[in-house]
Ligand binder design. Sequence first.
Ligand SMILES: N[C@@H](CCC[C@H](N)C(=O)O)C(=O)O
Length: 287
Amino acid sequence: MNTSPIAFLKGHGTENDFVIVPDPDNALDLPASAVARLCDRRAGIGGDGLLHVVRSAAHPEAKAMAGEAEWFMDYRNGDGSIAEMCGNGVRVFAGYLERAGLVEEGDLAVATRGGIKKVHIAKGGEITVSMGRALLPEAGVTVSVDGRSWPARNVNMGNPHAVAFVADLEHAGELRSVPPFSPAEVYPDGVNIEFVVDRGPAHVAMRVHERGAGETRSCGTGACAVAVAAARRDGVDPAVTGTPATYTVDLPGGTLVITEYPDGEIEMTGPAVIVAEGVIDPSLLTV
Ligand SMILES: N[C@@H](CCC[C@H](N)C(=O)O)C(=O)O
């Protein structure tokens, strides 16, 4: 049981917000119920998710990556469930490490359940993450919300996404209170669903319903999935043209810039902001 005061910080990346819990030695007991209490916006601190900051060597799921990445982002969704990767989270994670003096500006590697991510912290500015490659399984999917249905593109960014191009973002309805339908046979572990409209050439806007969090104001892996789905729809494939493709993705909480390179690597650039720090009442962590 955790009895002594436990430090936390609060941060966000394009308003996808996180409770940050530094725990270098992986000494804390953080069951799903405690994570859900911490992320509760009324009875807890509030967040779309939680970033548990642990040395890779101290975490059984990250030990094997310790030689290449000192720090492990043990990411949890706001409902306590575990996800493979969080794109906005990894920028905020890196921003926290720099603020805490644990890393310096420039390049670093962060271990995640989705593998090691290379991160670049620009001087006093934005953070760029190499997000890996998108997998585009052929399985066509349909997503439905509030009685409307759309065909969607299945995109895996380490975590699962269904990307639907819609006529109007308002058609996605009340995403926070009414979770959209997704086909369980394609996504047995659930899915993040993106609704997308065009804003101009290589420029789109999206809303997202996140697995384990409901509607959020941004999703980094979602923006990458959307950029790739939009490029393919536009007939653009950097592996074929040999030229990088950059898409601007507007989200309710800000803008992310996504570039896909001819080798398939996807880079995401955006902000990371720390807004507060404090101490968690141990009762919130008691099972
Ligand atoms: N907000 C994140 C994605 C967090 C994980 C997602 N909800 C899942 O369960 O896959 C991002 O910025 O990528």
